[in-house]
Write a protein that binds this ligand. Structure first.
Ligand SMILES: [Zn+2]
Length: 184
């Protein structure tokens, strides 16, 4: 994880990310809920209110209201208790919210999913809508795999499938995507 943070010039928030990861995973494990929060990249501090929600039903829209029109950039963080990779909804929110520059999703089985917008990412709302429409099939396929992922015991097979599906999807959207094994 340190390598990834370094690659994206985020070493200044490494301690904050580690602290949040530790706290969120404990909360997720104890309360069996998803937790979401965010770091303001300017201050380097956790400035969004923590949100708790049922698995896959977290209401990130509360964060969107907090972030929108602040002219600040954020690293958005949430947990996936089932350890599933980013959902189509996650990628939509990531694309449509210009304030979110990075997204980290922590699974419970030591997998971390990291998304970053490339510097060249400058897509209008119109283009995002078209892009989402054009890629809906891939997104739906990914969601289908996501459900399978939660039911299957053949984790390795599905993990490989995911890595391929999401890498392609993200590349089309101008997003860098990494799966990081192990903790921070
Ligand atoms: Zn998610």
């Amino acid at each position: 994880m340190k390598g990834i943070l370094k690659k994206y010039n985020l070493l200044n928030i490494q301690k904050e990310v580690s602290r949040i990861q530790y706290e969120l995973l404990i909360l997720t494990e104890i309360r069996k809920v998803e937790v979401a929060t965010g770091i303001n990249l300017m201050s380097g501090l956790e400035e969004l209110n923590r949100i708790y929600g049922e698995k896959a039903r977290i209401r990130i829209s509360e964060h969107l209201r907090e972030m929108r029109n602040t002219s600040q950039e954020y690293l958005h963080i949430h947990t996936h208790p089932e350890n599933s990779p980013p959902s189509p909804e996650d990628i939509k929110i990531f694309l449509q919210t210009k304030e979110i520059k990075f997204m980290i999703i922590f699974g419970l089985m030591n997998a971390t999913y990291f998304m970053s917008k490339k510097d060249t990412f400058d897509i209008s709302e119109e283009q995002i809508k078209k892009s989402l429409y054009d890629n809906m099939q891939t997104l739906e396929e990914a969601e289908k795999y996501s459900k399978k992922y939660n039911e299957t015991k053949d984790i390795k097979y599905i993990e490989d499938l995911f890595e391929r599906t999401w890498s392609v999807t993200c590349a089309e959207f101008g997003i860098n995507f990494h799966i990081i094994k192990g903790g921070i």
